[in-house]
Each structure stands twice: as structure tokens, then as C-alpha cells.
Design a protein around this ligand. Sequence first.
Ligand SMILES: Nc1ncnc2c1ncn2[C@@H]1O[C@H](COP(=O)(O)OP(=O)(O)OP(=O)(O)O)[C@@H](O)[C@H]1O
Ligand SMILES: [Mg+2]
Length: 449
Amino acid sequence: MLSRDRETLITVEQVSKSFPLPDGKGEFTVLSDINVAVQSGEVVALLGRSGSGKSTLLRIMAGLIPPSSGQVFSSGKPLRGANDDVAMVFQSFALLPWLTVQENVELGLEARGISRIDRQQRALKAIDLVGLDGFESAYPKELSGGMKQRVGFARAFVLEPQVLFMDEPFSALDVLTSENLRGEIDDLWNAKTFPSKSILIVTHNIEEAVFLADRVIILGSKPGRVRGEVVIDLPRPHDRAHPRFKAFVDYIYTVMTNPEIEVTGIAPAKIDRVQSPYAMPLPHVRVGGISGLLELIVDQPQSREDLPRLAERLQLEVDDLLPIVDAAALLGFAEVAQGDVTLTPAGQDFATTTILRSKDLFRQQALQRIPVFTSMMQTLREKPNGAMRADFFLNLWNEHFPSGEVDRQFATAVDWGRYAELFEYDANEERLYLPEIAILNPPAEKIDR
Ligand SMILES: Nc1ncnc2c1ncn2[C@@H]1O[C@H](COP(=O)(O)OP(=O)(O)OP(=O)(O)O)[C@@H](O)[C@H]1O
Ligand SMILES: [Mg+2]
């Protein structure tokens, strides 16, 4: 596989195609106002019912027949005659029975005037790529259907086309053989060793389109026209077990059986996964540090202070001050803008009230603004004894932080949680527990006294 930069390889502009009616009176329209582009690096499927003009469109893009109106551009140039940028794989294999595998594969190269030695080398390479090593001198009648189509692929690969066209390449094969060959073609493409920059495949098999293609163009019938496209935004290889795979198949099936429906595609994959409360880092600051900072600022005019001056007053580097400021901001006690820290009303309240009330305020802010505390409290409340091993929480942090940092996150959460009287921590038993439970169920030895 060469470069996969976005580059338009083939463009079909306002192409229509009509054929004369058999009685010689008038004509019928097979394709009407088709606009399609094939970019490098993509697999495009043309999906439509029988008679919707898929093969006709492919033949026009390959330059085998001219459009009645409109134009095809290939590599930026208007197409006249056969399109050298493409090679075709046919449903019917289209092998010459009197030629060997190797001779069949070399045929197209001969037409392009390539020397005998080069032809041989390139053919052997292509035969190798499709897994027919050792069958070079066999005749088509000695081969199974699947092997014949492998020759069909080798014959197209050997030309190293910009775009590989395939017209229902697997539909003449039995189910297992087609499944096998389709998978191998997909593997080659995904391994980026494919001999063309993009693939255009015609099919009327929805699963095949969703499995192979990055984009499925849906053709309507009578006359053939583009109804719309569906972008298959699944990771490659497209996994049939992926829930969105089935959603794509179902959606396209609905569209294909309802000619009036507008083709819009399905909603893109949700990437904003729900964030775990344990993914948000707590700044490693003791509560005493936060209240000390707030008390220093609350005396300033408008409860505002310049950060460097604050650092100077505290005899701290600005870098050491920042975690404390972050913690105050996280709790909603302060706001930082343009190098100034300003206390919020809650921050002013916290800095000036009594110890008891400041604990209430801290608890309220922590539960409202820091999801990890809500989550920890929920866990503890769900336990009948209101207690939980520290391991349980450490494991949750472990998903998001390296091991040393996990312990620090835990230590900070315990410091803040204890101060706010949300929970208590027994370091010997390594358990967190709700303080009210401790009062209701005092330890056994205390009852004895
Ligand atoms: N050379 C031709 N002369 C007259 N009519 C033609 C010619 N080629 C195709 N047609 C007609 O054009 C229509 C579309 O044919 P085409 O083969 O492009 O359809 P398709 O979508 O590939 O169908 P299928 O899925 O059966 O292969 C059909 O009605 C067909 O009979
Ligand atoms: Mg066809």
C-alpha cells in the first residue's frame, strides 16, 4: 500500500446513461445525474438492487462505455477511453481457459507493453499475494471457483491500479469460499499491503458492504440514482459482533426496503464515555493549607490577591502555591483569572466563619463539586455496616493513575473526607467507614465498659 493521503482519484460528475429501447423507438434511462467521488485510502461500496445500474456505473468509470451525459475525471483528467487507473475483478472470473494461471495474470501487462522478464516477476508476486503459489502452470479448469477468483484478483493486482474495481466478486462462490476470500482481501487491505490506493466494490449484499467498506453509497432504482451514503465509522477490521455493525446492517436494510426514506446514516459513535469520578485528580493539599490561603486573601480589598505577591507573603514558590490555589478553585472557594486569586462568597464565608460551620461548608462544596466524594459516600452507604476496605477504592483510582499516585490520591481524599466528617479511616484495619455508623455501633470493647 502506497500513500493514503486524502486525494481524489476518480470523480463522476452529473453522469447519466440511457440505452436505446429494443424496438428502436426512444430510449430508457439507466443512470440519472450520478455524482460520486473515490478518494485514496478508502473502501467504497456501491449498494443497490438488481438493475439499479451498478455495473453500468462501474463500466462508465472504467472507461469501458461512455456516459450519455456528464463526465468522469480520473487522476484529475477527463476520462477518454479505457481508464488506466483502474483494474477490474468480475463476478464471472473472466479467465481465458486456454491460458495457464501465469499467462492469465500476465495478460494485462502484455497489453501495456511491459517486458517479458518484468511481466513474469510481477505475475509471480501477484500469484503469491493471492495464495496461489505453485499453481502458476495450472489451467482454469483444474481450479475450484475460489481459486479461479484468486486468479481474477491476481490479474487485477498485477496492474497495480490506483483503484481496484470489483463487481460482485464473491457472489459466484459458495458461502464458505466467499467468506474466506472476502476476509483475506480485507486482511490485505488492513495490513496496508494492498496493491491499490482504494477499492470500489459493487454488491447487493448489505453485510458484505458493511464488513468491507468505509462508506456505502446507496443507489436507488428506475432510474439508478444516488440516494445517499452511510459512513461506516467502525474500527477496522469491521467486527460483525460489534453492536454498531448490526445497527448499520439494520439501518441499510430499512433504507433498501423503503425507497422513499431519506438516507441520513446512523448517529456517530458516542466517544464521550462517562468519566469515572476516580479519574479526576485531587491536588495534594491538606485542608489546613487551603484554609490558611483563604484567610490570607479574605483580608485583601475585594478578597483578591495577586499570585506572585501571595507567594512572596507566604515565602513559597509560585509552583508550590498553585496546588493550594487549584484545590481552593476545585472546591469553589476561589477563582483564578489573569494572575489574581479572588475568593467566591463561599470562600469568604469559609475563611471567616467558625470551625464547625466551616466543616459544614467544606462538606457541602466537596459533595457538590468533586464527584469522587459523592461516589465514595454512595459506596459506604450501600454497605449495611457503612464500612469498606481501602483496597476497593484504591482499585478504582488504579484504573486512572500510576501506583504511587494512587496512594497519594487516596491519602488526600481521606484527609479532606475526615475534615468534612464525611467518613473516617481506620489505618490499622485499612477500612473507611461512615462516622454516624461508628456512633451507632461503637466497637465491642467500649460496650463492655
Ligand atoms: N448494453 C446495454 N443495453 C441495453 N440495456 C442495458 C445494457 N447494459 C445494461 N442495461 C440495462 O441497464 C439496467 C441496469 O443494468 P446493470 O447491469 O448496470 O444493473 P446492476 O445494478 O449491475 O444489476 P445486477 O445487480 O443484476 O448486476 C438493466 O435494466 C440492464 O438491462
Ligand atoms: Mg451488475
